[in-house]
Design a protein around this ligand. Structure first.
Ligand SMILES: [Zn+2]
Length: 318
Protein backbone atom coordinates (compact mmCIF):
# COMPACT_ATOMS: atom_id res chain seq x y z
CA UNK A 1 0.00 0.00 0.00
CA UNK A 2 1.35 3.36 -0.96
CA UNK A 3 -1.16 5.80 0.52
CA UNK A 4 1.30 8.43 1.66
CA UNK A 5 -0.67 11.33 0.27
CA UNK A 6 -2.09 12.33 3.66
CA UNK A 7 -3.04 15.91 4.50
CA UNK A 8 -0.50 18.06 6.30
CA UNK A 9 -1.52 20.35 9.14
CA UNK A 10 1.95 21.67 10.03
CA UNK A 11 3.90 24.63 8.66
CA UNK A 12 6.91 23.81 6.50
CA UNK A 13 9.64 25.94 8.10
CA UNK A 14 12.61 24.26 6.38
CA UNK A 15 13.71 23.95 2.80
CA UNK A 16 15.51 20.90 1.47
CA UNK A 17 19.15 21.60 0.62
CA UNK A 18 20.36 20.74 -2.88
CA UNK A 19 22.17 17.45 -2.37
CA UNK A 20 22.93 16.84 -6.06
CA UNK A 21 26.59 17.94 -5.57
CA UNK A 22 26.96 14.90 -3.28
CA UNK A 23 25.64 12.39 -5.79
CA UNK A 24 29.01 11.20 -7.07
CA UNK A 25 30.11 9.94 -3.63
CA UNK A 26 33.64 8.62 -3.11
CA UNK A 27 32.80 5.04 -2.25
CA UNK A 28 31.50 3.73 -5.57
CA UNK A 29 27.93 4.20 -4.28
CA UNK A 30 25.95 7.33 -5.13
CA UNK A 31 25.50 9.76 -2.22
CA UNK A 32 27.79 7.81 0.13
CA UNK A 33 30.99 9.53 1.28
CA UNK A 34 33.74 8.16 3.50
CA UNK A 35 36.61 10.17 5.00
CA UNK A 36 39.55 8.26 6.48
CA UNK A 37 41.69 10.01 9.08
CA UNK A 38 44.60 7.67 8.40
CA UNK A 39 44.68 6.87 12.12
CA UNK A 40 43.26 3.78 13.84
CA UNK A 41 39.70 3.96 15.07
CA UNK A 42 36.16 2.87 14.32
CA UNK A 43 34.05 3.52 11.25
CA UNK A 44 31.27 5.91 12.27
CA UNK A 45 28.43 6.76 9.91
CA UNK A 46 25.64 9.32 9.93
CA UNK A 47 22.70 8.71 7.60
CA UNK A 48 19.90 11.01 6.46
CA UNK A 49 16.73 10.87 4.34
CA UNK A 50 15.92 7.24 4.97
CA UNK A 51 12.51 8.91 4.65
CA UNK A 52 12.46 11.44 1.81
CA UNK A 53 10.31 14.02 3.61
CA UNK A 54 12.58 14.33 6.67
CA UNK A 55 14.73 17.40 6.16
CA UNK A 56 16.86 17.92 9.28
CA UNK A 57 19.20 15.04 8.43
CA UNK A 58 19.88 16.36 4.93
CA UNK A 59 20.56 19.82 6.37
CA UNK A 60 22.94 18.33 8.96
CA UNK A 61 24.94 16.31 6.42
CA UNK A 62 25.02 19.29 4.05
CA UNK A 63 26.48 21.34 6.94
CA UNK A 64 29.22 18.76 7.62
CA UNK A 65 30.01 18.18 3.95
CA UNK A 66 30.09 21.86 3.03
CA UNK A 67 32.26 22.71 6.03
CA UNK A 68 34.73 19.97 4.99
CA UNK A 69 34.45 17.99 8.21
CA UNK A 70 37.25 15.43 8.53
CA UNK A 71 37.71 12.78 11.27
CA UNK A 72 40.60 12.88 13.76
CA UNK A 73 40.61 9.07 14.16
CA UNK A 74 39.11 6.13 12.30
CA UNK A 75 36.71 6.81 9.45
CA UNK A 76 33.55 8.84 9.11
CA UNK A 77 30.88 8.31 6.46
CA UNK A 78 27.88 10.36 5.47
CA UNK A 79 25.03 8.77 3.53
CA UNK A 80 21.90 10.18 1.93
CA UNK A 81 19.74 7.08 1.70
CA UNK A 82 16.36 7.40 -0.08
CA UNK A 83 17.52 10.16 -2.41
CA UNK A 84 14.94 9.36 -5.08
CA UNK A 85 12.14 10.09 -2.61
CA UNK A 86 13.97 13.14 -1.24
CA UNK A 87 14.22 14.68 -4.71
CA UNK A 88 10.41 14.55 -4.94
CA UNK A 89 9.97 16.79 -1.88
CA UNK A 90 7.30 19.42 -2.44
CA UNK A 91 6.50 21.87 0.38
CA UNK A 92 2.91 22.03 -0.90
CA UNK A 93 2.46 18.28 -0.38
CA UNK A 94 5.28 17.43 1.99
CA UNK A 95 4.09 13.98 3.09
CA UNK A 96 4.03 12.64 -0.46
CA UNK A 97 7.82 12.31 -0.73
CA UNK A 98 8.25 9.94 2.22
CA UNK A 99 9.08 7.12 -0.19
CA UNK A 100 8.70 6.17 -3.85
CA UNK A 101 7.26 2.64 -3.67
CA UNK A 102 7.54 1.59 -0.04
CA UNK A 103 9.17 2.38 3.30
CA UNK A 104 12.98 2.09 2.99
CA UNK A 105 13.14 1.48 6.73
CA UNK A 106 11.15 -1.78 6.71
CA UNK A 107 13.33 -3.73 4.27
CA UNK A 108 16.31 -4.68 6.39
CA UNK A 109 15.68 -8.38 6.98
CA UNK A 110 18.02 -10.60 4.91
CA UNK A 111 14.97 -12.50 3.60
CA UNK A 112 13.55 -9.24 2.18
CA UNK A 113 16.85 -7.88 0.84
CA UNK A 114 17.53 -11.20 -0.88
CA UNK A 115 13.97 -11.79 -2.13
CA UNK A 116 12.89 -11.73 -5.78
CA UNK A 117 10.79 -8.66 -5.12
CA UNK A 118 11.87 -5.26 -6.44
CA UNK A 119 11.06 -1.60 -5.77
CA UNK A 120 12.86 1.75 -5.84
CA UNK A 121 13.65 1.36 -2.14
CA UNK A 122 14.76 -2.28 -2.35
CA UNK A 123 17.11 -1.41 -5.16
CA UNK A 124 18.68 1.41 -3.09
CA UNK A 125 18.84 -0.76 0.04
CA UNK A 126 20.62 -3.49 -1.94
CA UNK A 127 23.09 -0.92 -3.30
CA UNK A 128 23.99 0.49 0.13
CA UNK A 129 23.90 -2.80 2.04
CA UNK A 130 27.60 -3.77 1.55
CA UNK A 131 28.58 -0.30 2.75
CA UNK A 132 26.29 -0.48 5.84
CA UNK A 133 28.01 -3.76 6.73
CA UNK A 134 31.34 -1.91 7.17
CA UNK A 135 29.92 0.55 9.73
CA UNK A 136 30.79 0.15 13.43
CA UNK A 137 28.67 3.01 14.78
CA UNK A 138 25.58 4.32 13.04
CA UNK A 139 23.48 7.39 13.78
CA UNK A 140 20.37 7.52 11.59
CA UNK A 141 18.74 10.98 11.51
CA UNK A 142 14.94 11.14 11.36
CA UNK A 143 11.97 13.32 12.26
CA UNK A 144 8.33 12.65 13.12
CA UNK A 145 4.81 13.36 11.84
CA UNK A 146 3.75 15.30 14.93
CA UNK A 147 5.46 18.02 16.99
CA UNK A 148 6.12 15.57 19.84
CA UNK A 149 9.16 15.57 22.13
CA UNK A 150 12.28 14.27 20.32
CA UNK A 151 13.31 10.64 20.94
CA UNK A 152 16.46 8.57 20.68
CA UNK A 153 15.59 4.99 19.70
CA UNK A 154 18.30 2.73 21.02
CA UNK A 155 17.00 -0.72 20.09
CA UNK A 156 17.15 -3.51 22.63
CA UNK A 157 20.83 -3.76 23.43
CA UNK A 158 22.57 -2.24 26.41
CA UNK A 159 25.54 -1.07 24.34
CA UNK A 160 23.28 1.20 22.29
CA UNK A 161 21.61 2.55 25.40
CA UNK A 162 25.05 3.34 26.81
CA UNK A 163 25.96 5.18 23.59
CA UNK A 164 22.66 7.12 23.74
CA UNK A 165 23.57 8.18 27.29
CA UNK A 166 27.00 9.31 26.09
CA UNK A 167 25.46 11.31 23.25
CA UNK A 168 23.30 12.87 25.97
CA UNK A 169 20.55 14.26 23.73
CA UNK A 170 17.61 14.22 23.39
CA UNK A 171 15.96 13.94 26.81
CA UNK A 172 13.96 10.77 26.10
CA UNK A 173 15.74 7.53 25.18
CA UNK A 174 13.55 4.60 24.17
CA UNK A 175 14.62 0.97 24.00
CA UNK A 176 12.56 -0.70 21.30
CA UNK A 177 12.54 -3.50 18.77
CA UNK A 178 10.94 -1.82 15.79
CA UNK A 179 7.90 -2.69 13.71
CA UNK A 180 5.95 -5.79 12.72
CA UNK A 181 5.83 -4.33 9.18
CA UNK A 182 9.57 -4.94 8.65
CA UNK A 183 13.09 -4.43 9.93
CA UNK A 184 14.72 -1.00 10.18
CA UNK A 185 18.23 -0.24 8.94
CA UNK A 186 19.27 0.47 12.54
CA UNK A 187 18.39 -3.16 13.41
CA UNK A 188 20.15 -4.69 10.40
CA UNK A 189 22.44 -7.70 10.97
CA UNK A 190 25.25 -6.98 13.48
CA UNK A 191 23.51 -3.88 14.89
CA UNK A 192 20.91 -6.20 16.43
CA UNK A 193 23.29 -9.06 17.26
CA UNK A 194 23.77 -9.40 21.03
CA UNK A 195 27.29 -10.72 20.43
CA UNK A 196 28.45 -7.88 18.17
CA UNK A 197 29.91 -4.55 19.24
CA UNK A 198 28.46 -2.72 16.24
CA UNK A 199 25.99 -0.18 17.54
CA UNK A 200 23.22 1.84 15.95
CA UNK A 201 21.04 4.71 17.11
CA UNK A 202 18.04 6.32 15.45
CA UNK A 203 17.06 9.84 16.48
CA UNK A 204 13.66 11.43 15.90
CA UNK A 205 14.43 15.17 16.09
CA UNK A 206 10.85 16.54 16.23
CA UNK A 207 8.20 17.35 13.61
CA UNK A 208 9.51 16.89 10.04
CA UNK A 209 9.48 20.53 9.00
CA UNK A 210 10.03 22.33 12.30
CA UNK A 211 13.03 24.68 12.31
CA UNK A 212 14.11 23.47 15.75
CA UNK A 213 14.81 19.93 14.46
CA UNK A 214 17.98 21.29 12.86
CA UNK A 215 19.92 22.45 15.95
CA UNK A 216 19.06 19.15 17.68
CA UNK A 217 20.10 17.09 14.68
CA UNK A 218 23.43 18.95 14.48
CA UNK A 219 24.05 18.69 18.24
CA UNK A 220 23.23 14.96 18.34
CA UNK A 221 25.43 14.31 15.32
CA UNK A 222 28.37 16.24 16.75
CA UNK A 223 28.01 14.53 20.12
CA UNK A 224 27.72 11.12 18.42
CA UNK A 225 30.93 11.70 16.44
CA UNK A 226 32.84 12.89 19.52
CA UNK A 227 31.37 10.10 21.70
CA UNK A 228 32.73 7.36 19.44
CA UNK A 229 36.10 9.12 19.24
CA UNK A 230 36.25 10.13 15.57
CA UNK A 231 35.80 13.90 16.02
CA UNK A 232 37.41 16.30 18.45
CA UNK A 233 35.37 18.51 20.74
CA UNK A 234 35.84 21.62 18.58
CA UNK A 235 32.90 20.24 16.56
CA UNK A 236 30.62 20.88 19.55
CA UNK A 237 31.33 24.60 19.74
CA UNK A 238 28.20 26.72 19.67
CA UNK A 239 25.83 23.75 19.36
CA UNK A 240 24.31 23.70 22.85
CA UNK A 241 24.47 21.31 25.78
CA UNK A 242 22.81 18.05 26.83
CA UNK A 243 20.35 17.87 29.75
CA UNK A 244 19.20 15.04 32.04
CA UNK A 245 17.75 12.04 30.20
CA UNK A 246 14.85 9.67 30.88
CA UNK A 247 14.98 6.04 29.73
CA UNK A 248 11.94 4.09 28.56
CA UNK A 249 11.40 0.61 27.16
CA UNK A 250 8.76 -0.22 24.57
CA UNK A 251 6.55 -3.02 25.82
CA UNK A 252 3.90 -3.17 23.09
CA UNK A 253 3.60 -2.25 19.43
CA UNK A 254 -0.04 -1.89 18.50
CA UNK A 255 -0.30 -3.25 14.96
CA UNK A 256 -3.45 -2.35 13.03
CA UNK A 257 -5.55 -5.43 12.27
CA UNK A 258 -8.64 -4.02 10.53
CA UNK A 259 -9.62 -1.25 8.11
CA UNK A 260 -11.28 0.61 10.95
CA UNK A 261 -8.68 1.81 13.44
CA UNK A 262 -9.30 5.00 15.41
CA UNK A 263 -7.68 6.76 18.36
CA UNK A 264 -9.98 8.22 21.03
CA UNK A 265 -8.08 11.53 20.79
CA UNK A 266 -5.67 13.12 18.31
CA UNK A 267 -2.55 11.97 20.17
CA UNK A 268 0.74 13.40 18.93
CA UNK A 269 3.13 11.17 20.92
CA UNK A 270 5.01 11.74 24.15
CA UNK A 271 1.77 11.72 26.18
CA UNK A 272 2.16 9.82 29.45
CA UNK A 273 -1.21 8.33 30.51
CA UNK A 274 -1.24 8.00 34.29
CA UNK A 275 -3.77 5.15 34.74
CA UNK A 276 -3.56 1.53 33.62
CA UNK A 277 -6.66 0.54 31.59
CA UNK A 278 -7.13 3.93 29.88
CA UNK A 279 -8.80 3.52 26.48
CA UNK A 280 -6.55 4.84 23.71
CA UNK A 281 -8.33 3.59 20.59
CA UNK A 282 -10.34 0.89 18.86
CA UNK A 283 -9.45 -1.47 16.02
CA UNK A 284 -12.55 -2.85 14.27
CA UNK A 285 -14.46 -2.11 17.46
CA UNK A 286 -11.91 -3.90 19.69
CA UNK A 287 -10.87 -1.55 22.51
CA UNK A 288 -7.16 -0.93 23.15
CA UNK A 289 -6.20 -0.06 26.73
CA UNK A 290 -2.96 1.07 28.35
CA UNK A 291 -1.37 -1.97 30.06
CA UNK A 292 0.19 -0.12 33.03
CA UNK A 293 0.28 3.20 34.86
CA UNK A 294 2.36 6.04 33.35
CA UNK A 295 2.31 4.60 29.86
CA UNK A 296 4.10 6.71 27.22
CA UNK A 297 2.52 6.83 23.76
CA UNK A 298 5.21 6.74 21.15
CA UNK A 299 4.73 8.11 17.63
CA UNK A 300 1.04 7.47 16.90
CA UNK A 301 0.66 7.22 13.13
CA UNK A 302 -1.65 8.90 10.69
CA UNK A 303 -1.02 6.07 8.23
CA UNK A 304 -3.70 3.84 9.62
CA UNK A 305 -3.90 0.79 7.46
CA UNK A 306 -3.65 -2.91 8.18
CA UNK A 307 -0.21 -4.17 9.20
CA UNK A 308 1.12 -0.71 10.14
CA UNK A 309 2.14 0.14 13.69
CA UNK A 310 -0.57 2.44 15.10
CA UNK A 311 1.36 3.42 18.20
CA UNK A 312 3.96 1.93 20.52
CA UNK A 313 3.68 1.89 24.30
CA UNK A 314 6.68 2.46 26.56
CA UNK A 315 7.32 2.10 30.26
CA UNK A 316 9.79 4.32 32.14
CA UNK A 317 12.84 2.59 33.59
CA UNK A 318 15.28 3.79 36.24
ZN1 LIG B 1 11.91 8.65 9.51
Amino acid sequence: MNTINIPNEYAVQLSPPDISPYKKGNTGIDYIWTFDSGFPGPHACVTAVVHGNELCGAITLDWLMSSNFRPVAGKVSFGFMNTEAYHNFDAKNPNASRWVDEDFNRLWAETVLESERDSAELSRARAVRPFIETVDYLLDLHSMQHPAPPLMLSGNHERARALAAKVGVPTDVIADSGHAAGKRMRDYAAFDDPNSEKTALLIECGQHWEAKTVPLSKLATARFLTSVGVADTSLLEGLGKPSAQSFYRVTDAITIETDDFTFVKPFIGGEVLPKKGTLIGTDGGRPIFTPYDNCLLMMPTKRRWKGQTAVRLARREK
